[in-house]
Write a protein that binds this ligand. Structure first.
Ligand code: GDP
Length: 315
């Protein structure tokens, strides 16, 4: 790993792809807080990242000197498992269009957002970056994972062949401001916030939790992820894969209990065994980023309380 800590390296023209999403909007917040020039952003109507020619023209015109690739088709276990073709096609195409156009336009530095589901379903825990491609993937999100692995390999291959400095980060399950609270497509944490809130308003006695409640997941507040991304940019990290997480996990049952407590819903939990559990455990080893001096700041309860405030503001 090569790092430079040179202020001349501080980028001026930063493009955040996917600035309306939970991750992209957190990166924009973090860049503003860090006193960076206002990042370049485009809505989907202004720039369709699935349109290779349009992406090429955009890069030729804008010539950014740093790119965050936070644009992706994302969703929870049900969405990944249902819209499998859309998940693989859109994520593959965004990754190849953006990374290729960035290289062609002379962008030297780029950070690609992946996900912890790229790792094999049954790999040793906590998951180290080198376990990538060491075994079969979790079937419920295999199409998405394959697309994200292709993005990582694009970065790696362009670095090797063309000397670019493209880095990938693999966040664990994320939550926070600007999350998706649609129960058909969301991840578990926002789903539980919404379910607990609505159950409280209706005066229900029960909260339905999918699966068995036994899977273990790690949850990272999205502003902590954005901080890690900007940290890697500022450190001048030039290549490689970095896990981003909090270093500990929680069962879905315990997560549900904490969410209910924060929201103030005092019913019982009912498990819907008709829904899939997905991978049994997914805890990241965060030692590589830790060795550079970064760690997450937001505790789970504190983060859930902040996410719930954001949910209430949007409701
Ligand atoms: P995953 O980490 O890729 O499996 O994605 P999710 O965040 O969607 O699901 C994590 C775990 O939470 C799985 O075991 C789900 O079955 C479980 N879960 C429990 N209740 C819900 C819910 O209401 N929505 C979602 N998406 N998952 C839930």
């Amino acid at each position: 790993m090569t790092t430079t800590n040179d202020t001349r390296d501080r980028p001026r023209r930063i493009f955040v792809a996917g600035h309306r999403g939970m991750v992209g909007s957190a990166i924009v917040r973090r860049l503003r807080a860090g006193g960076y020039p206002e990042p370049i952003v485009r809505t989907r109507d202004e720039l369709d990242l699935l349109d290779q020619a349009a992406v090429g023209r955009f890069f030729d015109e804008q010539r950014p000197d740093y790119v965050f690739v936070a644009a992706a088709r994302v969703g929870g276990i049900h969405a990944n498992n249902t819209w499998r073709a859309e998940f693989i096609y859109q994520n593959l195409t965004i990754a190849s269009n953006v990374i290729h156009a960035a290289w062609r336009a002379g962008v030297e530095r780029l950070l690609f957002l992946g996900s912890s589901c790229i790792y094999p379903r049954d790999c040793a825990q906590p998951i180290r970056e080198e376990y990538l491609l060491s075994g079969p993937l979790e079937p419920t999100n295999e199409p998405y994972a394959i697309a994200k692995i292709a993005g990582i390999k694009l970065c790696e291959s362009y670095n090797r062949q063309y000397g670019t400095r493209y880095v990938s980060v693999m966040p664990t399950n994320l939550y926070g401001p600007n999350d998706n609270y649609d129960l058909a497509t969301s991840h578990v944490l926002p789903a539980l916030i919404r379910k607990a809130h609505e159950a409280k308003l209706r005066g229900d006695g029960e909260l339905v939790v999918w699966g068995t409640g036994t899977p273990l997941r790690e949850f990272l507040y999205v502003d902590d992820l954005a901080d890690a991304c900007v940290f890697l940019m500022e450190q001048g990290v030039a290549e490689g894969l970095f896990n981003v997480g909090v270093g500990s996990d929680v069962s879905i049952r315990d997560l549900a209990a904490t969410v209910m407590d924060v929201v103030g819903f005092r019913g019982s939990i009912v498990f819907d065994a008709g829904k899939p559990d997905g991978t049994p455990r997914k805890l990241l080893d965060v030692g590589r980023l830790g060795a550079l001096g970064w760690s997450a700041r937001t505790g789970l309860r504190e983060g859930i309380a902040a996410a719930y405030r954001d949910f209430l503001e949007r409701a």
